[in-house]
Design a protein around this ligand. Structure first.
Ligand SMILES: [Zn+2]
Length: 377
Protein backbone atom coordinates (compact mmCIF):
# COMPACT_ATOMS: atom_id res chain seq x y z
CA UNK A 1 0.00 0.00 0.00
CA UNK A 2 1.26 3.50 -0.80
CA UNK A 3 2.53 5.21 2.39
CA UNK A 4 0.19 8.18 1.83
CA UNK A 5 -2.85 5.91 1.82
CA UNK A 6 -1.58 3.88 4.78
CA UNK A 7 -1.22 7.16 6.69
CA UNK A 8 -4.62 8.40 5.54
CA UNK A 9 -6.24 5.22 6.89
CA UNK A 10 -4.45 5.68 10.22
CA UNK A 11 -5.61 9.31 10.44
CA UNK A 12 -9.25 8.47 9.64
CA UNK A 13 -9.15 5.75 12.33
CA UNK A 14 -8.38 8.37 14.99
CA UNK A 15 -11.36 10.29 16.35
CA UNK A 16 -10.31 13.96 16.19
CA UNK A 17 -13.71 15.62 16.41
CA UNK A 18 -13.36 19.25 17.45
CA UNK A 19 -14.24 19.53 21.18
CA UNK A 20 -15.50 23.10 20.83
CA UNK A 21 -18.02 21.97 18.22
CA UNK A 22 -19.04 18.79 20.03
CA UNK A 23 -18.93 18.77 23.81
CA UNK A 24 -16.83 15.90 25.16
CA UNK A 25 -15.18 15.13 21.81
CA UNK A 26 -11.51 14.08 22.11
CA UNK A 27 -9.91 16.80 19.97
CA UNK A 28 -6.53 16.64 18.28
CA UNK A 29 -4.15 15.20 20.90
CA UNK A 30 -4.11 11.58 19.72
CA UNK A 31 -3.94 12.44 16.03
CA UNK A 32 -1.05 14.83 16.81
CA UNK A 33 0.88 11.90 18.30
CA UNK A 34 0.27 9.78 15.18
CA UNK A 35 1.40 12.65 12.93
CA UNK A 36 4.47 13.46 15.03
CA UNK A 37 5.58 9.80 14.96
CA UNK A 38 5.08 9.61 11.18
CA UNK A 39 7.08 12.81 10.60
CA UNK A 40 9.92 11.64 12.87
CA UNK A 41 10.11 8.26 11.11
CA UNK A 42 10.20 10.18 7.84
CA UNK A 43 13.22 12.23 8.90
CA UNK A 44 11.69 15.59 9.86
CA UNK A 45 12.52 17.67 12.94
CA UNK A 46 9.28 17.69 14.87
CA UNK A 47 7.88 20.02 17.48
CA UNK A 48 4.58 19.59 19.26
CA UNK A 49 3.19 22.97 20.22
CA UNK A 50 0.28 23.12 22.62
CA UNK A 51 -2.26 25.71 21.51
CA UNK A 52 -4.65 25.16 24.38
CA UNK A 53 -5.07 22.33 26.88
CA UNK A 54 -4.95 18.97 25.07
CA UNK A 55 -4.92 20.54 21.62
CA UNK A 56 -1.47 20.61 20.01
CA UNK A 57 -0.24 21.74 16.60
CA UNK A 58 2.48 19.54 15.11
CA UNK A 59 5.21 21.17 13.00
CA UNK A 60 7.81 19.18 11.06
CA UNK A 61 10.82 20.82 9.42
CA UNK A 62 13.15 19.71 6.68
CA UNK A 63 16.25 21.88 6.25
CA UNK A 64 17.88 22.24 2.85
CA UNK A 65 21.59 21.88 2.21
CA UNK A 66 21.81 25.39 0.75
CA UNK A 67 20.09 28.69 1.29
CA UNK A 68 16.72 29.11 -0.39
CA UNK A 69 13.10 29.94 0.19
CA UNK A 70 10.82 28.47 2.85
CA UNK A 71 7.71 26.62 1.70
CA UNK A 72 4.97 25.68 4.15
CA UNK A 73 2.34 22.95 3.86
CA UNK A 74 -0.57 23.39 6.25
CA UNK A 75 -3.60 21.28 7.08
CA UNK A 76 -6.02 20.97 9.97
CA UNK A 77 -6.36 17.82 12.04
CA UNK A 78 -9.80 18.37 13.57
CA UNK A 79 -13.07 17.25 12.02
CA UNK A 80 -16.72 18.12 12.48
CA UNK A 81 -18.98 15.75 14.43
CA UNK A 82 -20.26 12.33 13.37
CA UNK A 83 -24.00 12.43 14.14
CA UNK A 84 -25.84 10.04 11.84
CA UNK A 85 -22.74 8.18 10.67
CA UNK A 86 -22.69 4.40 11.12
CA UNK A 87 -18.96 3.74 11.44
CA UNK A 88 -17.17 7.08 11.08
CA UNK A 89 -13.69 6.00 12.22
CA UNK A 90 -13.35 2.81 10.19
CA UNK A 91 -11.72 3.68 6.88
CA UNK A 92 -13.39 1.76 4.05
CA UNK A 93 -11.96 1.70 0.53
CA UNK A 94 -14.36 1.05 -2.33
CA UNK A 95 -14.31 1.94 -6.03
CA UNK A 96 -11.23 4.12 -5.69
CA UNK A 97 -12.70 6.07 -2.79
CA UNK A 98 -11.79 6.04 0.86
CA UNK A 99 -14.76 6.63 3.18
CA UNK A 100 -14.78 7.93 6.75
CA UNK A 101 -15.16 11.14 8.78
CA UNK A 102 -12.49 13.61 7.76
CA UNK A 103 -11.40 11.55 4.72
CA UNK A 104 -11.84 14.57 2.48
CA UNK A 105 -11.94 17.39 5.06
CA UNK A 106 -9.07 17.10 5.38
CA UNK A 107 -7.15 13.99 6.39
CA UNK A 108 -6.61 13.21 2.69
CA UNK A 109 -4.77 16.51 2.27
CA UNK A 110 -2.88 16.07 5.54
CA UNK A 111 -1.73 12.58 4.49
CA UNK A 112 -0.65 13.95 1.10
CA UNK A 113 1.42 16.82 2.56
CA UNK A 114 3.16 14.65 5.16
CA UNK A 115 3.82 11.92 2.62
CA UNK A 116 5.28 14.56 0.26
CA UNK A 117 7.67 15.80 2.95
CA UNK A 118 8.83 12.32 3.95
CA UNK A 119 9.26 11.42 0.26
CA UNK A 120 11.53 14.45 -0.20
CA UNK A 121 13.48 13.49 2.94
CA UNK A 122 13.93 9.90 1.82
CA UNK A 123 14.88 10.69 -1.78
CA UNK A 124 18.08 12.48 -0.83
CA UNK A 125 16.67 15.32 1.24
CA UNK A 126 16.02 18.96 0.45
CA UNK A 127 18.54 20.61 -1.86
CA UNK A 128 17.88 24.17 -0.79
CA UNK A 129 15.60 26.25 1.39
CA UNK A 130 13.32 24.93 4.05
CA UNK A 131 10.12 22.92 4.17
CA UNK A 132 7.72 23.44 7.09
CA UNK A 133 4.82 20.99 7.46
CA UNK A 134 2.16 22.16 9.90
CA UNK A 135 -0.77 20.10 11.17
CA UNK A 136 -2.98 22.55 13.07
CA UNK A 137 -5.99 22.32 15.36
CA UNK A 138 -9.44 23.84 15.33
CA UNK A 139 -10.02 24.97 11.75
CA UNK A 140 -13.61 23.75 11.97
CA UNK A 141 -14.36 26.19 14.78
CA UNK A 142 -12.25 29.32 15.09
CA UNK A 143 -8.75 28.42 13.83
CA UNK A 144 -6.85 28.91 17.06
CA UNK A 145 -4.27 26.49 15.62
CA UNK A 146 -3.47 28.59 12.55
CA UNK A 147 -3.52 31.77 14.66
CA UNK A 148 -0.88 30.24 16.96
CA UNK A 149 1.15 28.88 14.04
CA UNK A 150 1.68 32.26 12.37
CA UNK A 151 2.90 33.78 15.64
CA UNK A 152 6.03 31.61 15.61
CA UNK A 153 6.53 30.34 12.05
CA UNK A 154 7.32 32.22 8.85
CA UNK A 155 7.39 31.05 5.26
CA UNK A 156 7.69 32.59 1.80
CA UNK A 157 4.57 30.76 0.64
CA UNK A 158 2.15 28.09 1.78
CA UNK A 159 -0.10 25.43 0.32
CA UNK A 160 -3.13 24.60 2.44
CA UNK A 161 -4.23 21.14 1.34
CA UNK A 162 -7.99 21.62 1.86
CA UNK A 163 -10.14 19.72 -0.64
CA UNK A 164 -10.33 21.60 -3.96
CA UNK A 165 -10.77 18.71 -6.44
CA UNK A 166 -7.11 19.34 -7.35
CA UNK A 167 -7.89 22.89 -8.45
CA UNK A 168 -5.54 25.68 -7.44
CA UNK A 169 -7.74 27.95 -5.36
CA UNK A 170 -6.07 31.34 -5.03
CA UNK A 171 -8.77 32.98 -2.92
CA UNK A 172 -11.91 32.38 -0.94
CA UNK A 173 -14.77 34.19 0.77
CA UNK A 174 -14.82 35.47 4.33
CA UNK A 175 -17.70 35.56 6.76
CA UNK A 176 -19.17 37.73 9.49
CA UNK A 177 -21.70 36.85 12.19
CA UNK A 178 -23.97 39.60 13.50
CA UNK A 179 -26.58 39.54 16.25
CA UNK A 180 -29.56 41.84 15.93
CA UNK A 181 -31.79 42.54 18.94
CA UNK A 182 -35.12 44.29 18.47
CA UNK A 183 -36.82 45.69 21.54
CA UNK A 184 -40.56 45.93 22.10
CA UNK A 185 -42.75 46.49 25.10
CA UNK A 186 -44.33 43.65 27.06
CA UNK A 187 -48.08 43.92 27.61
CA UNK A 188 -51.17 41.80 28.10
CA UNK A 189 -52.27 40.41 24.75
CA UNK A 190 -55.65 42.13 25.04
CA UNK A 191 -54.14 45.62 25.37
CA UNK A 192 -52.57 46.61 22.02
CA UNK A 193 -52.22 50.25 23.07
CA UNK A 194 -49.75 49.21 25.80
CA UNK A 195 -47.62 46.72 23.84
CA UNK A 196 -44.94 46.87 21.18
CA UNK A 197 -44.46 43.55 19.39
CA UNK A 198 -40.71 42.88 19.16
CA UNK A 199 -41.20 39.85 16.88
CA UNK A 200 -43.28 41.68 14.26
CA UNK A 201 -40.75 44.53 14.41
CA UNK A 202 -37.95 42.06 13.77
CA UNK A 203 -39.97 41.14 10.69
CA UNK A 204 -39.21 44.60 9.32
CA UNK A 205 -35.53 43.84 9.68
CA UNK A 206 -35.94 40.46 8.00
CA UNK A 207 -37.67 42.06 5.00
CA UNK A 208 -34.76 44.50 4.61
CA UNK A 209 -32.20 41.74 4.96
CA UNK A 210 -33.91 39.72 2.25
CA UNK A 211 -33.80 42.73 -0.06
CA UNK A 212 -30.14 43.31 0.80
CA UNK A 213 -29.32 39.68 0.02
CA UNK A 214 -31.03 39.98 -3.36
CA UNK A 215 -29.04 43.16 -4.05
CA UNK A 216 -25.76 41.53 -3.03
CA UNK A 217 -26.37 38.58 -5.31
CA UNK A 218 -27.31 40.89 -8.19
CA UNK A 219 -23.97 42.71 -8.08
CA UNK A 220 -21.31 41.88 -10.68
CA UNK A 221 -19.61 38.70 -9.40
CA UNK A 222 -16.02 38.57 -8.20
CA UNK A 223 -14.14 36.54 -10.85
CA UNK A 224 -12.99 33.92 -8.33
CA UNK A 225 -15.72 33.56 -5.75
CA UNK A 226 -18.92 35.02 -7.17
CA UNK A 227 -21.11 37.34 -5.10
CA UNK A 228 -21.57 38.08 -1.43
CA UNK A 229 -24.69 36.82 0.31
CA UNK A 230 -26.38 36.66 3.68
CA UNK A 231 -28.80 34.41 5.48
CA UNK A 232 -30.75 34.43 8.72
CA UNK A 233 -29.34 31.66 10.91
CA UNK A 234 -30.99 31.59 14.35
CA UNK A 235 -34.07 33.45 15.57
CA UNK A 236 -35.51 33.73 19.06
CA UNK A 237 -38.22 35.70 20.81
CA UNK A 238 -41.35 35.64 22.89
CA UNK A 239 -42.33 34.05 26.20
CA UNK A 240 -45.99 33.06 26.10
CA UNK A 241 -49.01 33.13 23.82
CA UNK A 242 -51.02 35.80 25.60
CA UNK A 243 -48.31 38.46 25.87
CA UNK A 244 -46.66 41.00 23.62
CA UNK A 245 -42.99 39.94 23.24
CA UNK A 246 -40.54 42.52 24.58
CA UNK A 247 -37.51 41.26 22.70
CA UNK A 248 -36.59 39.28 19.58
CA UNK A 249 -33.12 38.41 18.38
CA UNK A 250 -31.67 37.23 15.12
CA UNK A 251 -28.20 35.83 14.53
CA UNK A 252 -27.21 36.06 10.90
CA UNK A 253 -24.28 35.31 8.66
CA UNK A 254 -22.90 37.40 5.81
CA UNK A 255 -20.39 35.88 3.39
CA UNK A 256 -17.91 38.48 2.14
CA UNK A 257 -15.69 38.90 -0.92
CA UNK A 258 -11.94 39.56 -1.12
CA UNK A 259 -12.88 43.10 -2.22
CA UNK A 260 -15.02 43.68 0.89
CA UNK A 261 -13.98 44.48 4.43
CA UNK A 262 -15.04 42.02 7.13
CA UNK A 263 -16.88 44.92 8.81
CA UNK A 264 -19.22 45.24 5.78
CA UNK A 265 -21.95 43.22 7.49
CA UNK A 266 -22.19 45.23 10.70
CA UNK A 267 -22.27 48.51 8.72
CA UNK A 268 -25.04 47.23 6.46
CA UNK A 269 -27.15 46.07 9.39
CA UNK A 270 -26.67 49.33 11.32
CA UNK A 271 -27.76 51.25 8.23
CA UNK A 272 -30.94 49.14 8.02
CA UNK A 273 -31.68 49.82 11.71
CA UNK A 274 -31.13 53.57 11.18
CA UNK A 275 -33.56 53.56 8.25
CA UNK A 276 -36.18 51.75 10.31
CA UNK A 277 -35.85 54.34 13.10
CA UNK A 278 -36.24 57.18 10.63
CA UNK A 279 -39.47 55.58 9.39
CA UNK A 280 -40.84 54.90 12.88
CA UNK A 281 -39.33 56.70 15.86
CA UNK A 282 -40.60 53.98 18.25
CA UNK A 283 -38.48 51.31 16.55
CA UNK A 284 -35.56 50.18 18.72
CA UNK A 285 -32.93 47.76 17.56
CA UNK A 286 -29.21 47.11 18.10
CA UNK A 287 -26.61 45.21 16.12
CA UNK A 288 -23.53 43.50 17.59
CA UNK A 289 -20.62 42.05 15.65
CA UNK A 290 -20.16 38.50 17.03
CA UNK A 291 -17.23 37.11 15.03
CA UNK A 292 -15.76 37.49 11.59
CA UNK A 293 -12.94 36.31 9.39
CA UNK A 294 -11.75 38.15 6.30
CA UNK A 295 -11.87 36.81 2.77
CA UNK A 296 -8.56 36.20 1.05
CA UNK A 297 -6.97 36.45 -2.36
CA UNK A 298 -3.29 35.87 -3.11
CA UNK A 299 -1.32 38.90 -4.33
CA UNK A 300 -0.94 38.86 -8.13
CA UNK A 301 2.88 39.04 -7.93
CA UNK A 302 3.25 35.69 -6.11
CA UNK A 303 4.84 32.95 -8.24
CA UNK A 304 3.26 30.21 -6.12
CA UNK A 305 0.16 29.55 -8.31
CA UNK A 306 2.32 29.34 -11.43
CA UNK A 307 4.86 26.98 -9.85
CA UNK A 308 2.10 24.83 -8.41
CA UNK A 309 0.42 24.66 -11.81
CA UNK A 310 3.69 23.56 -13.44
CA UNK A 311 4.17 20.94 -10.70
CA UNK A 312 0.64 19.62 -11.19
CA UNK A 313 1.23 19.35 -14.95
CA UNK A 314 4.41 17.42 -14.18
CA UNK A 315 2.32 15.04 -12.03
CA UNK A 316 -0.03 14.43 -14.95
CA UNK A 317 -2.77 16.96 -14.18
CA UNK A 318 -4.38 19.79 -16.12
CA UNK A 319 -4.16 22.84 -13.87
CA UNK A 320 -7.22 24.96 -13.22
CA UNK A 321 -7.09 28.14 -11.13
CA UNK A 322 -10.21 28.88 -9.14
CA UNK A 323 -11.59 30.29 -5.90
CA UNK A 324 -13.27 28.52 -3.00
CA UNK A 325 -16.58 29.52 -1.46
CA UNK A 326 -15.71 28.26 2.03
CA UNK A 327 -13.42 30.04 4.52
CA UNK A 328 -10.08 28.40 5.36
CA UNK A 329 -6.84 28.84 7.29
CA UNK A 330 -5.28 30.17 4.05
CA UNK A 331 -6.73 33.54 5.09
CA UNK A 332 -4.94 33.38 8.44
CA UNK A 333 -1.63 32.57 6.75
CA UNK A 334 -2.21 35.05 3.93
CA UNK A 335 -3.11 37.96 6.19
CA UNK A 336 -0.04 37.13 8.31
CA UNK A 337 2.12 37.74 5.24
CA UNK A 338 2.48 34.18 3.90
CA UNK A 339 1.06 34.06 0.35
CA UNK A 340 -1.15 30.97 0.29
CA UNK A 341 -3.21 28.81 -2.03
CA UNK A 342 -5.50 25.86 -1.51
CA UNK A 343 -4.77 22.62 -3.32
CA UNK A 344 -6.13 19.27 -2.23
CA UNK A 345 -7.82 16.06 -3.35
CA UNK A 346 -11.37 15.62 -4.61
CA UNK A 347 -14.17 13.69 -3.01
CA UNK A 348 -17.59 14.47 -1.60
CA UNK A 349 -19.72 14.64 1.49
CA UNK A 350 -17.65 16.92 3.67
CA UNK A 351 -19.57 17.64 6.88
CA UNK A 352 -22.27 15.14 5.82
CA UNK A 353 -22.94 11.53 6.82
CA UNK A 354 -21.13 9.91 3.88
CA UNK A 355 -17.73 11.47 3.32
CA UNK A 356 -15.05 10.16 0.99
CA UNK A 357 -11.85 11.21 -0.70
CA UNK A 358 -10.66 10.00 -4.11
CA UNK A 359 -7.62 7.81 -3.44
CA UNK A 360 -5.86 8.60 -6.73
CA UNK A 361 -6.23 12.34 -6.00
CA UNK A 362 -4.39 11.96 -2.68
CA UNK A 363 -1.46 10.43 -4.56
CA UNK A 364 -1.53 13.09 -7.30
CA UNK A 365 -1.65 15.79 -4.63
CA UNK A 366 1.37 14.25 -2.88
CA UNK A 367 3.34 13.93 -6.14
CA UNK A 368 2.53 17.55 -7.07
CA UNK A 369 3.75 18.80 -3.70
CA UNK A 370 7.02 16.85 -4.02
CA UNK A 371 7.59 18.55 -7.37
CA UNK A 372 6.62 21.97 -5.96
CA UNK A 373 9.27 21.67 -3.23
CA UNK A 374 11.92 21.16 -5.91
CA UNK A 375 10.71 24.14 -7.95
CA UNK A 376 9.99 26.59 -5.12
CA UNK A 377 12.62 26.16 -2.40
ZN1 LIG B 1 -11.37 21.73 6.17
Amino acid sequence: MDPAIRLLRELVAVNSVNPTLVRGAPGEREIADVIAAEMRRGGLDVSIETVTHGRPNVVGVLEGRAAGRTLMFCGHTDTVGVTGMVDPFTPVERDGRLYGRGAQDMKGGVAAMISAATAVAQRGGLEAGRLVVAAVVDEEHSSIGADALVKSWRADAAVVTEPTDLQIAVGHKGFAWVEIAVHGKAAHGSRPADGQDAILRLGRVLARLEALDRALQARPPHPLVGTGSLHASIIEGGHELSSYPDRATLQMERRTLPTEDESAAIHEVRQILDELVSEDATFRGTATAMFSRPAYEIAPDSDLPELLAASFTQAGGEPKVSGASFWTDAAVLGHAGIPSVLFGPGGAGLHSTEEYVIVADVLTCRDTLVELVRRFC
